[in-house]
Design a protein around this ligand. Structure first.
Ligand SMILES: Cc1ncc(COP(=O)(O)O)c(C=O)c1O
Length: 426
């Protein structure tokens, strides 16, 4: 294995810089908002499971999904054909354990452009588009795949991309893959963006792309100004609602929905992996945009579709998200309280203004020590280091959940304050 030794050198370099990464195991604990990590129960301040939604797949769930799948299949016209293929009598396909089997499939077996999509995908896309206030919607395998696919479809070699400096890695990678010329504007700095747009060749296609909530800072993009700028300079605007979907908007539609800007954003992207507690992602926008993505987004065209079974789970979570507004109120209320207390204690929480609350520590090594002391005290919270955040701004990223108990958060606050004092962070 001599030819792999160069990797050892690079791993050693990362370790020396306090940037080594390793996988850990964690499983949900019985107590709400806690996890079992390394065999120990810990308060979970480390996830994107903001709303605390659970999904238990049991007999009742499966039977409900099965009935729903039958209905969708019948509406789509595929019910009678599947029943006939299975040799079932009449126009209904078999139920669970009967000829025809369950219509709920775990795997999509190929790209939708090859084998065709399970009817649940199209059906959910239509419902979800109506909810987002857009004409159409398109499901992707994951948020990373959605960003890479959408951005490289919308911009090519002769085009221009304007991307916020703090955008997620999948946006950065999508922009690299597009081969377009990329301008990174200073985080949320609309003057800088405007300067860049003003200088740009008016004849070129322009794509402005932003996270709605910046995932390591908990700051919020100035969407109104972004919409005005993109309209003034004839650019397209893409908004990544990974961290705002489910959290903002009267029914969890996201930030653009909350601000009444759904129709003025060209492409909304979001994930079902965070507040939704599932997996998968979507692009939503005008029918023309979605049609274009179906033809051009390579991570959709050349990859197996989202497993249909997951869409049933996503839809269940979505029903809770739409109706249980108390989860949003509780999440934002608890985060406000935590941030206020941390600031009063002297911590630097940066530009946080919503449910993601960083405690900025600065030095990589110190953030690692802070993280491991928190773990020892029964709190799971991750140190975030460069290159995920700028050099010198290593931090502990705290993410409360709607379902956290107040006394648990109070315990976490007291612990963070005492470690902060011990390490000289405050
Ligand atoms: C802003 C943002 N966009 C996209 C993604 C990728 O989404 P997923 O985890 O569903 O692949 C993430 C996940 O960390 C994210 O924070």
């Amino acid at each position: 294995m001599d030819h792999l030794q160069w990797m050892r050198g690079e791993l050693d370099r990362l370790a020396a810089a306090g940037q080594a990464r390793a996988l850990t195991e964690s499983a949900p604990a019985r107590r709400e908002g806690w996890i079992i990590r390394n065999g120990r129960s810990m308060l979970n301040l480390a996830s994107n499971h903001y709303l605390g939604l659970h999904h238990e797949v049991n007999e009742e769930t499966l039977s409900r999904w099965n009935d729903y799948a039958d209905r969708i299949r019948a509406e789509s016209g595929s019910g009678a054909e599947m029943a006939a293929t299975a040799g079932a009598v009449g126009s209904e396909a078999g139920k669970f354990g009967e000829p025809g089997g369950s219509p709920i499939r775990t795997g999509a077996t190929a790209s939708r452009l090859i084998v065709g999509g399970d009817p649940i995908l199209g059906s959910f896309e239509r419902e979800f588009a109506a909810y987002k206030g857009t004409e159409a919607c398109l499901l992707f395998g994951s948020g990373f795949m959605a960003n890479v696919g959408i951005i490289s479809a919308l911009a090519g070699r002769n085009d221009l991309i304007f991307s916020d400096k703090y955008n997620h890695a999948s946006i950065v990678d999508g922009a690299i893959l597009s081969r377009a010329k990329v301008f990174r504007y200073r985080n949320r700095d609309m003057n800088h963006l405007e300067q860049l747009l003003r200088k740009a060749d008016p004849a070129k296609h322009k794509l402005v792309v932003t996270d709605s909530v910046f995932s390591m800072d908990g700051s919020i993009a100035p969407l109104r100004e972004l919409v005005e700028l993109k309209e003034r300079y004839g650019a397209m605007l893409m908004v990544d609602e990974a961290h705002s979907g489910g959290v903002f908007g009267l029914r969890g539609e996201g930030l653009a929905g909350e601000l009444g800007l759904a129709q003025r954003v060209d492409v909304h992207m979001g994930t079902f992996s965070k507040a939704y507690g599932c997996y998968g992602a979507y692009a939503a926008g005008p029918a023309l945009m979605i049609d274009y993505l179906i033809n051009k987004a390579r991570s959709l065209i050349y990859s197996t579709a989202l497993p249909p079974m997951l869409v049933y789970a996503i839809r269940d979570q979505w029903n809770i998200i739409r109706t249980e507004g108390w989860r949003r109120d509780a999440l934002l209320g608890k985060a406000d309280w935590l941030r206020g207390e941390l600031r009063s204690a002297g911590f630097d929480t940066g530009d946080s203004e919503c449910h993601i609350v960083p405690v900025i520590v600065g030095d990589n090594e110190r953030s690692l020590v802070f993280g491991s002391k928190l773990q020892e005290a029964g709190i799971a919270a991750v140190p975030i280091r460069p290159p995920t955040v700028p050099e010198g701004s290593a931090r502990i990223r705290l993410t409360p959940m709607a379902t956290h108990r107040d006394d648990d958060l109070r315990m976490a606050l007291d612990t963070i304050v005492s470690i902060g004092l011990e390490l000289g962070v405050i």
